[in-house]
Design a protein around this ligand. Structure first.
Ligand code: A3P
Length: 284
């Protein structure tokens, strides 16, 4: 059933991550001061943020996002296949990771590298993850949403507990090189969030460039971009078309949770996320 490996107490996707390699990454991978890292728990809108940041880098010109697969534009630190690309790349690098805080390369914590940590309502993360993984031949396939719901609350899913991932990374939120973003604000006011990202990265866009970033990172346009919509993933890894851009709707969980599940989730959220200031989680 499962191609997951366990490292540091966290289930990781064995198809792309190797135990010995991840150990090496954690201790030895050098994050450089000029690096920019996109970090998230899976299904939080990670690829949308990558697409947006790539477009900011090209000032809205879509050539790069339309000619290079998204995983080559911002390679995943924990994937063995990225390693050579990453260490041989000169100059500022764009990197992606879902690694939890305690497995992230230690070199980061004494670097000036910039990190953007993207969070999303975990109920929507759960639903998005269910629809994504139940189609894949790899990793761990939940038979029903009820099963996946139970796994998710226990942290028995790829990259472990959402609650622990988020709690640990949020401990960095006051640092100057850490930008906290959330999916819901990106949906509600993408223009302001693009400006916020530009300020953080020290970039400036003219109004027409900003409009191009907005256009090419929009749900409909990105869904058509074969370099970003996962249609390039080989068929032997999925049962049928693997859809990355499924609905993109905040609050879709309401269409899938039972009343009992919604109540159970609220209880766990309140217990596990106690102590954070009100307003940090816009969906609550
Ligand atoms: P849904 O399954 O709820 O539709 P990740 O990139 O972390 O795997 O996240 C995938 C989720 O981000 C999916 O959510 C997907 O639809 C959403 N997403 C991807 N690109 C998007 C875009 N351009 N605009 C809005 N949502 C997007």
């Amino acid at each position: 059933m499962s191609d997951l490996i366990s490292f540091g107490g966290i289930p990781l996707p064995g198809i792309v991550v190797e135990k010995e390699f991840i150990e090496k990454i954690c201790d030895k991978f050098m994050i450089r001061d000029e690096d920019t890292v996109i970090l998230s728990y899976p299904k939080s809108g990670t690829n949308w943020l990558i697409e947006t940041v790539c477009l900011i880098q090209t000032k809205g010109n879509p050539k790069w996002i339309q000619s290079v697969p998204i995983w080559d534009r911002s390679p995943w630190i924990e994937y063995k296949a990225s390693y050579q690309k990453l260490i041989s790349k000169e100059g500022p690098r764009l990197l992606t990771s879902h690694l939890p805080f305690h497995l992230f390369p230690k070199s980061f914590f004494s670097s000036k590298a910039k990190v953007m940590y993207l969070i999303r309502n975990p109920r929507d993360v759960l639903v998005s993850g269910y629809f994504f993984w139940h189609k894949k031949k790899i990793d761990k396939n939940p038979e029903s949403l009820t099963t996946y719901f139970e796994w998710f609350l226990k942290g028995n899913v790829v990259y472990g507990s959402w609650f622990e991932h988020t709690r640990a990374w949020l401990s960095m939120r006051e640092k100057d090189n850490f930008l906290l973003l959330n999916y819901e604000d990106m949906k509600q006011d993408p223009k302001s969030i693009i400006k916020k990202i530009c300020d953080f990265l020290g970039k400036k866009l003219e109004p027409d460039e900003l409009d191009m970033v907005l256009k090419y990172s929009s749900f409909q346009v990105m869904k058509e971009n074969k370099m970003s919509n996962f249609s390039l993933i080989p068929e032997n890894m999925v049962t049928h078309n693997l859809v990355l851009l499924r609905k993109g709707m905040p609050g879709d969980w309401k269409n899938h949770f039972t009343v009992a599940q919604a109540e159970a989730f609220d209880k766990v959220f309140q217990e596990k996320m106690a102590g954070f200031p009100p307003g940090l989680f816009p969906w609550e």
